[in-house]
Design a binder for this molecule. Sequence first.
Ligand SMILES: [Zn+2]
Length: 478
Amino acid sequence: MNDGTITAPRFYNTLGRSLQSFTPLRDGKVGIYTCGPTVYGDPHIGNLRAFVFEDVLVRAMRYLGYAVTQVMNITDVDDKTIREASAAGLDLDTYTQPYIDSFLADLDTLHVERASEYPRATRHIDEMIAMVEQLVDNGHAYQAEDGSVYFRIASDEDYGRLSGFRLDEAQQGERVASDEYEKEDIRDFVLWKAAKPGEPTWDSPWGPGRPGWHIECSAMSMKYLGESFDIHCGGVDNIFPHHENEIAQSESATGKPFAHTWLHAEHLIVDGEKMSKSLGNQYTLSELVEKGIAPRVLRYFYLSVHYRQKLNYTADAVESAEGALRRIDQMRFRLDHTQEDGPPSPKLAAAGKRLQEEFRAGLADDLNLSEALAALFRYVKVVNVEIEHLKLGEWDVERVRQALADVDQVLGVLDPAQWEEKESASGLADKEIEELIGQRREARAGGDYSEADRIRALLESHGIVLEDTAQGTRWKRG
Ligand SMILES: [Zn+2]
């Protein structure tokens, strides 16, 4: 719970490749920039892993006491969006809008909280041009004969500080792309691309053209978070060249350090293999939902492995995520049907305190959710034992509910009621089920067994299984 005190975390900073204790640039405030989607298709479950990691990071920083501003860009102009829009015969905006909408819908489905800003590249061309001008003015960039503007990589002595890339060891020609022209140095990267026939263009001091991808993120992050800010995130595949180039151009433009801490989420693999179109295992969220995987289960699966480890999507992993959620749900169910009697349980109070401490410590330890979740399950175990022994006293049920709600500010996955709408779309809501069970109880108490049987049959027809116990009737979705 945020009571005004701050727990400073430590993070594994890709910049420097070490665990470092985190200090924000401004007291109590954290600015986080996360590379967003390129909107030419639906994100696959590997992209979504990074977005869920970033969601948990933002929630965790708030839980630890910081005020967080999160900015996530939307790349709506680059080689791929232009190619696909042109193939579809649509202008860029008309082509990308449905993918922006479906991206945000995917985030909602996974209960990812909205960022403070989702700046679109096409709406920030002026800022990008201004930054390229700065780089040209101070000698870090030049316009080549082809009309494009390039970053002069030899002008940045520290190039490679993020990825460990060694300029002096780079082979000439190693990084030649299909559209390289008359550059001073083959390793120079493009800041502003001169117009090509049929492409969308914007006017600039160097003639009509469009921004390169890397400059988009530098310009938009600095616009919303300042020239120096706290945390920059992305997937490991962004480290080189994208993030390396962002650092080079940003710091060369401003002369100030760009992002202080760089966090990168590892890849998601499927059945031990790299995802790829050719293997047919590059699933989108809606494809998994069609296969019957609940979004809540998928979110838990994402949380279950540390962000710096590869996450292996397998049937077993999904099953174990389901099992973990079931344990929490069953505890909640017992909690709803237990009696509070006598003084509060001292064991429960101690376990609640321990949960708070251990959960917070787990988050502060480089966002170690496995530690945090282990603390939660130790707590669940204590609660179950106390319920079993009928040890819950006055207000204890409410205390447990609050403890779960507290950690769920970060996890965002524990309360089935918050996910119910989607899961009960074809069935009954919990409240309706509880009501019918109440009616059945009354019917039985009044000796009307045929009415009681009718209600049981009705519930069963909706997939609800009843179990009559000494403490009352339990139910579950069968
Ligand atoms: Zn980016």
